[in-house]
Write a protein that binds this ligand. Structure first.
Ligand code: ZN
Ligand code: ZN
Length: 450
């Protein structure tokens, strides 16, 4: 089938994509809670004739499509989760969840692709197979809820792609890509360098007392404030080239103005261009946290959890993807940013996939307003839905046409950070920390454990 005919078929899917977009916009759910989105999309995929494998105890699903000719399996993903953005015009009034990162547009575009792939003749000339995946939990919107699921044993990792990888849902997949809705200068862009991160919480424990007699208590909020000052004092030590970020929030900071706060919850991330840089700063942040607690005589419990790896996206796949996108929007609008001085400072678990298989994370267009903010919205549905689905289809065709020659070429010399997935998981697991960092012995001795 000619590309022009393929693109016409996507055009005809705009109403289906728009309906899915609107449903998710009106039913925003944070990571690992995307049950309504899963149910809606699953029904749509099944109506199209797909047989789904559902994760079951967590949201999301995947489905396979075989061309009938041997070749690599291409994994294409759409993310399901929303953020928490109070005041967003489409926020859930109870949970404050809102689609302020365009993941609903991603899922809608993937559904449009799924529908188009079922059109007669669409797979003609292609070899190999395709796995479409509606994947949960990319944002760290509700770490508390994610940690509860972890404690229950439902998940091991906060990132849905990490968790799906651990569960074997991507076994047999050879190459992966996705298009994230964006609103940058270019219609399509791949940032070859992106930050990794470590997630952390620090729970400060003091002793409540009447605020008029603070000497009888231990102020956990003062301990957290000192810790924040310690963290801020570290910032001049960061090297520019490491793109380090650390930006704690206080999710709990006291309950009543007339009581000394006895418990304060600090949630934080350390992000950087390499996990080594993140680890070094992470250790320093933990020292600052312990120092804040120590100064006030408070306790503090540290939890470190693996965030996402820095991106190690495949260059050949990036080139193929942007060449395919250029046929839609022109070369000047489909660019690869390979400049380490202008690296992407956000994090994604697509980076984790890129560490174990050739993968790219592509930004599309159509969004307006600041990401993760109340004014984020889709301003151009043709770009955010139609153009995204078309690009995904053309990339797939370029990979799998001519006996899947391009996909096989990418696989023939794909450098991977982890050749064995077990090594990747061991690496993640080594980042886990659960420790009472400052403890006070009955004999007056103080123990620091970091
Ligand atoms: Zn986001
Ligand atoms: Zn996002």
């Amino acid at each position: 089938m000619q590309d022009a005919k393929r693109l016409e078929i996507i055009d005809a899917e705009m109403p289906r994509m728009r309906a899915a977009f609107d449903f998710m916009l009106d039913h925003p759910e944070t990571g690992y809670h995307e049950w309504q989105a899963t149910a809606y999309l699953a029904a749509e995929y099944e109506r199209l004739g797909y047989t789904l494998t559902r994760a079951g105890d967590i949201p999301g699903f995947y489905t396979d499509l075989d061309t009938g000719r041997p070749g690599p399996k291409i994994l294409i993903l759409g993310e399901l989760d929303a953020l928490k953005v109070a005041g967003h015009p489409h926020e859930d009034p109870v949970t404050h969840a809102a689609h302020a990162c365009g993941h609903n547009a991603q899922s809608a575009a993937l559904l449009g692709l799924a529908a188009a792939l079922k059109a007669p003749g669409m797979l003609d000339g292609l070899s190999g197979s395709i796995r479409l995946c509606a994947v949960p939990s990319e944002e760290f919107a509700d770490i508390d809820a994610q940690e509860k699921l972890r404690a229950q044993g439902r998940i091991v990792y906060y990132g849905g792609k990490q968790e799906y990888l651990r569960r074997g849902y991507f076994d047999g997949c050879d190459v992966a890509y996705m298009i994230h809705t964006g609103g940058g200068r270019h219609r399509f862009q791949i940032n070859m360098h992106s930050n990794g991160c470590i997630l952390k919480t620090a729970t400060f424990t003091g002793k409540a007392t009447h605020a008029a007699s603070p000497r009888f208590g231990i102020n956990a909020l003062d301990a957290a404030t000192l810790a924040m000052n310690g963290i801020n004092a570290l910032r001049p030590l960061f090297r520019d080239i490491d793109f380090l970020r650390t930006h704690p929030i206080l999710a709990e900071a006291g309950t009543a103005v007339n009581s000394v706060p006895a418990r304060v919850l600090m949630i934080n991330q350390v992000q950087g261009a390499s996990i080594e840089a993140c680890r070094a700063v992470n250790d320093a942040v933990n020292r600052a946290v312990a120092a804040g607690a120590l100064a006030m005589g408070a306790g503090v419990h540290l939890c470190d959890r693996p965030g996402y790896l820095p991106g190690s996206f495949n260059k050949k796949l990036a080139r193929l993807s942007m060449d395919a996108c250029a046929t839609l929007v022109g070369k000047e609008n489909a660019i690869i940013n390979d400049d380490p001085l202008r690296q992407e400072t956000g994090c994604t678990d697509m980076s984790d996939l890129s560490a174990v298989m050739p993968a790219v994370h592509i930004y599309g267009s159509g969004a307006a307003g600041a990401g993760h903010s109340v004014d984020y919205r889709i301003a151009d549905f043709d770009c955010a839905l139609g153009e995204s689905a078309k690009a995904q289809l053309l990339i797939l065709c370029r990979l799998l046409e001519n006996g899947a020659a391009a996909a096989k070429d990418i696989l023939s010399d794909a450098p991977l950070v982890f050749a064995h997935r077990a090594d990747y998981f061991a690496y993640l697991d080594a980042l886990v920390k659960d420790v009472d960092a400052v403890t006070y012995g009955e004999d007056g001795r103080i123990s620091i454990c970091l």
